[in-house]
Design a protein around this ligand. Structure first.
Ligand code: DHB
Ligand code: MG
Length: 222
């Protein structure tokens, strides 16, 4: 998929003013670049995730798609003492880089890093739930499946977040742009449509460059 590294002067100003990166964040961004991977979120989105989590006030969150730990560092730093982020990465090389980077960071004690297939690891984690929230930033084909798990294992009042939910235009362009599969398009449209149901969620797709859907789960269900 495509990722735009170009940022506007406005975003550059926001990053400089509100979301400076420390050595750990810089190391995570560099490690992702060295593996030819996008860093998944920008610094301003990292700060937005922190704000959402602080407003929400929970203690235990899950992240799907650690990459090299960039977003995990932002999220973990928003957690109170005693809080925990469980972050899941399938790729062994990215997992190793994340271990190294998070391990020497100030939030090493707040992050549990698990390696494996997202859905398989989630199934094992279900017995530890319900969780306060989840940040989904993994393979776009499985967003609808991850949400299915979240509906059962995130508490009532919990926070469900998904990155890249505009799918590079794939959720509203037909046919989908090059590089976006029909299956990914359908999965992401289903993800957003489910979360847009105001009887079950209080939600919005925040118009970041790539789209960040944020939803509070209103129903009990599990
Ligand atoms: C890609 C994936 C992401 O989660 C993201 O935020 C940006 C790009 C990608 O697959 O290219
Ligand atoms: Mg992403």
């Amino acid at each position: 998929m495509r990722h735009s590294e170009k940022i506007s002067p406005a975003i550059a100003y926001i990053r400089e003013t509100f979301a400076p990166e420390d050595v750990s964040l810089k190391a995570a961004a560099q490690a992702a670049q060295a593996l030819s991977m996008p860093i998944h979120i920008g610094a301003e989105e990292g700060k937005l995730l922190q704000l959402l989590i602080r407003l929400h006030g929970g203690k235990r969150y899950i992240e799907l798609g650690t990459l090299t730990g960039y977003s995990a560092l932002w999220i973990a730093r928003a957690l109170p003492e005693g809080g925990e982020l469980i972050t899941i990465e399938r790729n062994p090389q990215q997992y190793a880089e994340a271990q190294r980077i998070i391990g020497v960071s100030d939030v090493a004690h707040k992050v549990r890093l698990l390696q494996g297939d997202g859905l398989a690891v989630l199934e094992k984690l279900a017995s530890e739930g319900p969780f306060d929230g989840i940040f989904i930033d993994a393979d776009k084909l499985n967003y609808a499946n991850y949400l299915d798990w979240a509906e059962r294992n995130v508490r009532q009042g919990g926070l469900i977040l998904g990155d890249n939910t505009l799918l590079w235009g794939g959720v509203y362009l037909d046919p989908a742009p090059e590089g976006v599969s029909r299956a990914a398009q359908q999965s992401m449209q289903a993800f957003n449509a489910t979360l847009a149901d105001s009887a079950r969620y209080h939600s919005i797709l925040i118009p970041t460059q790539e789209g960040l859907t944020a939803a509070i789960k209103l129903f009990k269900g599990d």
